[in-house]
Design a protein around this ligand. Structure first.
Ligand SMILES: *Cc1c(COP(=O)(O)O)cnc(C)c1O
Length: 353
């Protein structure tokens, strides 16, 4: 048998996707990301914990799962330009896929609130980057307005093709585990991804591919937790910039996912997020701050006694830590400098008896 080479989510899940033979598939071979068993978190919680590392996507976040569909469908419809509002990862992904498709891409971002790596991505892929003196929510209102007025396709997660593509995260988890998890934990910002995962899990279950449905546990940052408070937050604040959103576009479907699954949407503090970030990084997985909200949430559930021993749990790590290296470095000790000889190196490494 020849080894299986991953073809990207539109080909791997073609029969479940809104594509036909007439759809030009624009792909960077996204998806097929690792599901990593976490010994550390399993031991700590008494459960079987797996990390779905979506930072391993082509542009370093799960946004690629939705973008391959949104850009392919935009191309099929004859669009020549796309636009999005972004806290960073959507613009990185849109810029890359638009570049692959030969389309132009405009991105509108909140000034000074984008991690450096994400900004670099949008720029190298040739997007027209515009900063506003405002937050993500205002950028999205502006983009919706532009897409209604001018011939440009909106590729934020209000575009239903984005959600269609992001369902594949749930399917991959089920395919990798050979079943659905008992509990599924993830960060929540604009709330498109939790909407997509819940749809994905329900569809697999309805088709008889899985027999349990997970309890959905979504986590917002405490300073940007409109779904927890029950009202929009005008000035959302958190170090986890990817979930710094005060008025989620997929508000109701996210609440439905939590309610229907017997789960919840709660918040974690920046302090809890940083602790979770460090914990998984120490054990080999470098995810971005927003992603660590899922692990922070898992630890919170454990401390509240809300997990049952032996449960199978998945935590989605939505983006790669390299997006924002400044954060990682600022919290670490500075490397020492030594002369280039064996003894100095051995002494510094603690190898001398
Ligand atoms: C977009 C994003 C989120 C939030 O996802 P939503 O669908 O907006 O809830 C979380 N983490 C990262 C890294 C992201 O890029």
């Amino acid at each position: 048998m020849s080894p299986h080479v991953w073809r990207g989510i539109l080909e791997e899940y073609r029969d479940r996707m809104p594509v036909t033979d007439a759809t030009p598939v624009v792909t960077l071979r996204e998806g097929g990301t690792p599901l990593i068993h976490s010994e550390e978190l399993s031991e700590r919680t008494g459960c079987e914990v797996h990390l779905k590392f979506d930072g391993a996507n082509p542009t370093g976040s799960f946004k690629d799962r939705g973008m391959t569909v949104a850009i392919s469908k935009a191309k099929e419809a004859g669009a020549e330009a796309v636009i999005c509002a972004s806290t960073g990862n959507t613009s990185a992904s849109a810029a890359a896929y638009a570049g692959k498709a030969g389309m132009t891409c405009g991105v509108i971002v909140p000034k000074g609130k984008i991690a450096l790596g994400k900004l670099a991505q949008a720029l190298v892929h040739g997007a027209k980057v515009i900063q506003i003196d405002g937050n993500f929510d205002q950028a999205l209102i502006l983009c919706r307005d532009l897409a209604e007025t001018y011939p440009v396709e909106l590729v934020n997660s209000v575009n239903p093709y984005r959600i269609d593509g992001q369902r594949t995260g749930a399917w991959e988890i089920c395919d990798q585990l050979g079943r659905a998890p008992d509990v599924h934990v993830m960060p929540v910002g604009n709330a498109g991804n939790i909407t997509a995962y819940w749809r994905g899990y329900r569809e697999y279950s309805a088709d008889g591919r899985t027999d349990v449905l997970p309890v959905m546990r979504g986590y917002q940052a405490a300073g940007a937790a409109p779904l927890v408070l029950g009202h929009p937050v005008e000035l959302p604040q958190t170090i986890a910039t990817a979930i710094r959103i005060g008025n989620p576009a997929s508000w109701q479907p996210a609440v439905d996912a939590a309610t229907e699954s017997g789960g919840s949407i709660r918040s974690v503090t920046d302090r809890e997020i940083i602790a979770a970030f460090r914990l998984i990084a120490r054990h080999g997985v470098f995810a971005e701050m927003a992603s660590a909200a899922s692990v922070a949430g898992l630890l919170q559930l454990h401390e509240a006694g809300e997990l049952e021993p032996g449960q199978i749990i998945t935590c989605v790590l939505t983006g790669h830590g390299l997006k924002d290296p400044e954060w990682a470095i600022s919290g670490a000790a500075e490397p020492v400098t030594i002369p280039a000889d064996r003894e100095s190196a051995a002494r510094e490494l603690g190898l001398l008896a």
